[in-house]
Ligand binder design. Structure first.
Ligand code: SAH
Ligand code: SF4
Length: 407
């Protein structure tokens, strides 16, 4: 979402005549687009702001702006905590910020500048902002607000503009993307995807992130039936224990989640499945954690993102005891990673000998080998020459837990 926000801010800067994305050494204004989902993300932003304070002192007239989820969380208090910051603005409502910047640099601006040439093949397109769920660990509803869907017309027009600039793959974004509803027609995500599918020149679409509760049969049918829809579903489960899911207020049972995955696999041949796990949530016992390991073992996801629970101010869980010691959280995290490494490796190795479709996104810095991703999202290195933007069908020759090699 921050990548998408950054792209959108770049467009707005270009519109008022500032050149976005220049190297920091040449820049007058730095904008930090922050994340607040875990304390670690906030710490990273804080250290970046520290580095930028030095950058600012190196030349007169430089300024620092901070936006994103930390700005929504802390607001103007950031200006006191980090005196080097000049602006804090809400990424959902940046008009006031742009008006100030425009006024400030008015004498030096000569109207819109072109955006950097479109070397972008894959783009993120937010389709729904905010989240109406209230998972007890999560800060997102507080910093991103309630759900607001954009209209199908607006989204399709944006995808059309992106394709005209060379984009071939879009990822439709939302914190709870499958609760998308067109504000006028009530069209759901499956209906939106059908419209996006008709944009000429678009080769692939994906969507991120879905709530397990809303993974409807219509959506699964859309993944199977639409030529551009990639066979990939990211469905965060967070825990394999019903008791833990209850404390997290996830509003589904492990059994229901399993049934959703079974339906997804039965509907979409070759579907890649991924998930998110939080280890060490409040009162997570060893047997509860083992339930998570058991689920991972049974389901055999292709990819698992695992995080240690990080208490977030203002959330319901913030008031609970963060009682799993850090060392134990780290240990559980390692156990998940270890298990998943063998599962991912097994699943990728099973692909050796089969054909994959790769959209070439770049070339390795060391050996110049082309790489890209398959429809299922697997990073794949190609052994024969190919140009960025090529859509290549190749046979998988070897595989590790993280990537494929094809020729
Ligand atoms: N809307 C998505 C996820 C949004 S946040 C969903 O429903 O799952 C992205 C991921 O960050 C989550 O899936 C979760 O695994 C992780 N996360 C969110 N809050 C967290 C916290 N307080 N501590 C650790 N991980 C967290
Ligand atoms: Fe956070 Fe996702 Fe739950 Fe929304 S559905 S509160 S974004 S974890």
């Amino acid at each position: 979402m921050n990548t998408a926000d950054t792209g959108h801010l770049a467009e707005q800067f270009a519109e008022i005549g500032l050149v976005p994305g220049v190297p920091l050494a040449d820049a007058d204004l730095a904008v930090v687009v922050t994340c607040a989902v875990r304390q670690h993300a906030e710490d990273k932003a804080a250290s970046k702001i520290g580095e930028l304070a030095l950058w600012k002192r190196q030349r007169l007239g430089r300024a620092i702006a901070v936006t994103g989820c930390m700005a929504a969380e802390h607001g103007g208090s950031l200006l006191t905590r980090f005196p080097a910051i000049d602006y804090v603005f809400d990424v959902r409502d940046p008009d006031g910020f742009f008006a100030r910047v425009r006024d400030l640099y008015a004498g030096a601006l000569e109207g819109p500048v072109p955006l950097p040439a479109g070397d972008q093949l894959c783009a993120y397109v937010p389709v729904i902002h905010g989240c109406n769920e209230m998972c007890t660990y999560c800060i997102v509803p507080f910093v991103r607000g309630r759900e607001r869907s954009r209209s199908v017309g607006e989204i399709v027009a944006e995808v059309g503009r992106l394709v005209a600039r060379g984009v071939r793959e879009v990822t439709l974004l939302g914190q709870n993307v499958n609760s998308y509803r067109d504000p006028d027609s009530g069209a759901d995500l499956a209906a939106l995807m059908a419209q996006v599918d008709r944009v000429p020149g678009l080769w692939r679409q994906r969507f991120l992130t879905s709530h397990p509760r809303n993974a409807s049969p219509r959506l699964l049918d859309a993944i199977r039936d639409l030529p551009t829809a990639c066979e990939q579903l990211h469905l965060p489960v967070q825990s394999g224990s019903d008791a833990c899911l209850g404390r997290m207020k996830r509003e589904y049972s492990v059994r229901a989640y399993r049934a959703t995955l079974a339906a997804a696999r039965a509907t979409v041949p070759g579907l890649a499945l991924s998930t998110d796990i939080i280890v060490g949530f409040c009162q997570e016992t060893e047997p509860e954690f083992q339930d998570t390991l058991r689920l991972l073992d049974e389901v055999a996801f292709d990819v698992v993102h695992v995080q240690a629970y990080s208490p977030r101010p203002g959330t319901a869980a913030w008031r609970r005891d963060d009682d799993v010691p850090l060392a134990e959280k780290k240990h559980r995290l390692q156990r998940v990673l270890q298990l998943q490494r063998t599962i991912s490796e097994r699943r990728n190795r099973a692909l050796v000998g089969s054909a994959v479709e790769v959209l070439v996104e770049g070339h390795g810095a060391d050996d110049g080998r082309p790489y890209g991703r398959t429809r299922q999202g697997r990073v794949t290195w190609l052994e024969s020459p190919a140009a960025v933007g090529d859509l290549v069908t190749a046979e998988v020759r070897s595989a590790t837990a993280w990537q494929l090699v094809a020729a």
